[in-house]
Ligand binder design. Structure first.
Ligand code: HEM
Length: 448
C-alpha cells in the first residue's frame, strides 16, 4: 500500500510545503525560544517527511505532530530508497501516546527484526545486506532469540544491585567531570560534561578498560552521525571496529574471567546460558550506540531546558526532585522515533496496515500528547505521574538501561547544581542532523 495517503483535515486541505516553516506561537523547546503554554498545531501537507534530517537538524516538528495527533493519528510518511535504504515507499507513522504504547507492548503482530527498529539508514551505503547485520543487535531481534539474549544480559548487567554497586563511583566521576569543567571556566557542555559520564558508566558497568573510552566515544559518534556532514564517517567501519574490540574483550574474559559483567555474560550461568563472543561483541555495539548518545543528549537538552526555564533550575537547586530525570527524558525525547514491521494485517483508526509494512512510533509526539500530559509544553521537573515513552512504550524491548540513565542524569545535574550553580549559556545549541536522534552537538557555556 506504499504511496497511500490519509486525509489530514477534511476542512483544510494543505498543499504548501511546510518543511522549514518557522515554529509558531509558544515557541519550540528545541530551538532556543522559551516554550510555555500550548503550541499551535500547524497543517501538514500530504507527503511530509518526518524523517527528513534537514528538518530534525532545525527542530522537532512538534506543531505538525500536534496536528497529526488530532486529525491524522495514522499518517503515510513517504521515503525513497535513496533516502532511507528501504524500498517500500515509506511507513505509517503513529503519533498518539496510546498507539505508541499499544504497538510497543504488543506480544505479537509486530517485528523489530524484519526491518530493524531504525526508520532510516543512509541509502547510499546501506542496503539489505548491511541492514541484515543489524539484526545481530538485541534492539533488532524478535523472540525467541531476543528473549534468550535479553535474559542473559538482564541477569547480570542492569539489575538495581549492579547499578547500585557503581553509584558511588559514578557520583565521584560526575563531580570530577564538573570540577574539571569549572576549572576551565568556559567550554562546550557536550564535550566537557554530557558525553563523559555515559561513557564512564558503561565502562564501569560492563568492565571496559576506562582508557578505551575515547575510542568508544568516536565509534559511537560515527555509528549514528551518518546524516550529518560535519562528521566524515563510515558507520560500517566504526561498527566493524567495535565488533572487533568486543570479540577480543569477550575472548579475553572467557579465558580469564574477572568479577565484571563482561565476564559474567561470556561464561555460563547455572543453566549453561552464555553469550558467544560474537553475541557479546554485538552487545558492546548496541551499548556504544544506545547507552551513549541517548544519555548524552538527555543531559544536554536538560541543561538547555533549565537555561530556558530558570525557575526550574532554581527549584532543582533548592529541592532536587526525584522526578527531574524523567521530565528531562520526556522533554528531550532523545530517540525521536523507532519502528516495528507488521507481521499480520492491523486495523488502526480506520486504516489497514498490511503485513510487511513498517510503522514508525513517534516518541517525540507521544511525549507531548495533551490527552496524557497536562500542559505538555511546560518543562516541569515535579511532573508526577510522568508516563513518558522516552525509554520506549513498554514491552519486550523497553530500554534495559533506563534506570542507569536516570541515575546518570540525576548525578550529573546534582554535580552541576553543587559545583556550577551559576552555569549560563554562551550561545545556542548546535543540533545534530539526523532522521531519528534529537541530538545536540555543541552547547557553549560559562561554568562559573
Ligand atoms: C536517556 C537515555 C536513554 C534513552 C532515551 C533510551 C531510549 C531507548 C528506547 C526508546 C529503547 C526502546 C526500543 C524499542 O522499544 O524498540 C531503548 C532500548 C534499549 N536501550 Fe536505551 N535509552 C537510554 C539509555 C540507555 C542506556 C544508558 C543503556 C545501556 C547502557 C541503554 C541500552 C538499551 C538497550 C540495550 C536497548 C535494547 C533493549 C531490547 O531491545 O531489549 N539505553 N532505549
Amino acid at each position: 500500500m506504499a504511496g497511500a495517503t490519509v486525509s489530514l483535515d477534511a476542512n483544510e486541505p494543505q498543499t504548501e510545503p511546510v518543511a522549514g516553516m518557522a515554529a509558531t506561537a509558544g515557541g519550540c523547546p528545541f530551538t532556543g525560544a522559551v516554550a510555555r503554554g500550548p503550541i499551535e498545531p500547524i497543517p501538514v501537507r500530504e507527503g511530509f517527511d518526518f524523517t527528513d534530517p534537514d528538518l530534525i537538524a532545525d527542530r522537532i516538528p512538534l506543531e505538525e505532530l500536534a496536528t497529526l495527533r488530532q486529525t491524522a493519528p495514522i499518517f503515510w510518511n513517504p521515503q525513497t530508497r535513496e533516502e532511507s535504504s528501504f524500498d517500500d515507499g515509506g511507513f505509517w507513522m503513529v503519533s498518539r501516546h496510546e498507539d505508541v504504547k499499544a504497538i510497543s507492548s504488543a506480544r505479537e503482530g509486530w517485528s523489530s527484526e524484519e526491518n530493524t527498529a531504525v526508520v532510516k539508514f543512509d541509502g547510499a551505503t546501506v542496503g539489505p545486506d548491511e541492514r541484515a547485520i543489524q539484526r545481530e543487535m538485541i534492539l533488532n531481534m524478535d523472540a525467541p532469540r531476543h528473549t534468550k539474549v535479553r535474559g542473559i544480559i538482564g541477569r547480570g548487567s542492569f539489575t538495581p544491585r549492579a547499578i547500585g554497586r557503581i553509584a558511588d563511583a559514578l557520583d565521584a566521576r560526575a563531580r570530577q567531570i564538573v570540577a574539571e569543567a569549572v576549572a576551565r571556566g568556559t567550554g562546550d557542555l557536550v564535550l566537557d560534561v554530557s558525553s563523559e559520564l555515559p561513557l564512564q558508566a558503561i565502562a564501569d558497568l560492563v568492565g571496559f578498560p576506562q582508557e578505551d573510552r575515547k575510542r568508544i566515544f568516536d565509534w559511537s559518534n560515527q555509528m549514528v552521525s551518518y546524516d550529518d556532514p560535519e562528521f566524515d564517517v563510515e558507520p560500517a567501519v566504526a561498527a566493524a571496529e567495535i565488533l572487533g574490540y568486543g570479540m577480543e574483550l569477550g575472548e579475553a574474559r572467557k579465558a580469564d574471567p574477572g568479577n565484571d559483567i563482561a565476564s559474567k555474560l561470556v561464561t555460563a550461568d547455572i543453566d549453561g546460558e552464555l553469550l558467544t563472543s560474537e553475541e557479546f561483541a554485538y552487545f558492546c555495539l548496541i551499548l556504544a550506540v544506545a547507552g551513549n548518545e541517548t544519555t548524552r543528549n538527555a543531559i544536554s537538552h536538560g541543561m538547555q531546558a533549565f537555561f530556558e526555564n530558570p525557575d526550574q533550575w532554581e527549584l532543582f537547586k533548592a529541592e532536587r526532585p526525584q522526578t527531574t530525570a524523567d521530565e528531562i527524558v520526556r522533554w528531550a525525547s532523545p530517540i525521536v522515533i523507532f519502528q516495528r514491521t507488521a507481521t499480520t494485517d492491523h486495523e488502526l483508526h480506520g486504516t489497514t496496515i498490511r503485513a510487511g509494512q513498517r510503522v514508525g512510533m513517534s516518541y517525540s509526539s507521544a511525549n507531548f500528547d495533551e490527552t496524557v500530559f497536562d500542559e505538555p509544553h511546560r518543562f516541569d521537573i515535579t511532573r508526577d505521574p510522568n508516563p513518558h515513552v522516552g525509554f520506549g512504550g513498554g514491552g519486550a524491548h523497553y530500554c534495559i538501561g533506563a534506570n542507569l540513565a536516570r541515575m546518570e542524569i540525576n548525578l550529573m545535574f546534582n554535580a552541576i547544581a553543587d559545583l556550577a550553580p551559576d552555569i549560563a549559556p554562551l550561545g545556542e545549541p548546535r543540533r545534530l542532523r539526523s532522521a531519528w536522534i534529537n541530538g545536540i552537538k555543541g552547547l557553549p557555556v560559562r561554568y562559573a
